[in-house]
Every structure is written in C-alpha cells, then in structure tokens.
Design a protein around this ligand. Sequence first.
Ligand code: AMP
Length: 175
Amino acid sequence: MSLESNIKASIRDVPDFPKPGIMFKDITPIFENQVLCNEITEGFIKAISVKPNAIVGIESRGFLFGILLANKLNVPFILVRKAGKLPYKTISHEYALEYGTSKIEMHTDSIKKGWNVLIHDDLLATGGTADAAAHLVEQQGAKVSGFSFVVELGFLNGKQKLNIHSNNITCLAQY
Ligand code: AMP
C-alpha cells in the first residue's frame, strides 16, 4: 500500500466535531502505529529539497510531526501557539478558521533574520492558520521555504492562500 493509503486507513472521520457540519479528520490513531509515524516523517524529509534553518509547528497537532521532523533534520523547532499560552515576549496574528476565528503567537526571539523556515501542521483546510504562521515568520525578517501537512482538504483551496508565501507545499494525503 502507498503511504497515502496507509495514512487514510489510520484517519478516523468524526462527523459534526467540533460543531455541526464539520467532518473532523482525527489523526490520533496514526500515533499508535510507530512504523507509520516513521514512514510519515521520512515522507516529509524526502519532499524537502533545501534543508530549512528551522521548523515552525502550529499548536497543537502540528507539534507532533513538527518536532520529529526538526530533530531528524537537526534544526531548531519553534512553537506557534494560541494567544496567551507562550510565557515570554510574543508577536501575534489574528485570522479566520474553517470554524470561528483565532489568534496565534510566537516568541520574538526564536527566529533569526534571513532564515528559511518550514511551517508544519497536521491538516490544511482553508489555509488561514498556516497563512497566519507565515505572516509571523515574515514579520521577523525570515522567509517561508515551504509548508508540510499530513492531510489536505483540497476542496477548501488552502494552497491558494499559501502560494503568496511559498509554492513548495507538501501534503501526504489528499481529500
Ligand atoms: P485552516 O486554518 O482552515 O487551514 O485549518 C487548519 C487548522 O484547523 C489545523 O490546525 C487543523 O488541525 C484544524 N482543522 C481544520 N479543519 C479540520 C478538520 N476538518 N479536521 C481536523 N482538523 C481540522
């Protein structure tokens, strides 16, 4: 079986979560399968043409493969969190979600000017969250070298929103 079909076989669809009309793609069963976790990490590594200076992971499911990827590439891992969670000085960006609105933050001292940064999250829906993370990276004088997601909900056209930052967008499983 291909990596994409293995991923899809481990994703659980949860209807009407967190609110009616949303089909939630639950990736938690993936983490019960260590072979698949390794294959996914390797899949992301293979798709990277130029090694980034850091990986930015988006709260909270973006932390899971984000940290594995950063450790494997031997580069720093930087956390993007929802407003009010990071303890030190932060910059923030507000954006619209597939469901509701949100504000994300990053520590002001984690990214260096001129760095190439890869942004990672579990799932690309409308692209609003990853776009907001890209703004935080760019506000600090760094460049987005690419994005990586386990899952893409292609019918929501999230890639269109991200292309202004980088068209190097890896999605291992598409719906
Ligand atoms: P978006 O900003 O619309 O691209 O939404 C992406 C963020 O929301 C990611 O952090 C996802 O974890 C979460 N998300 C949005 N839609 C879904 C969905 N249908 N299933 C699981 N997570 C989702």
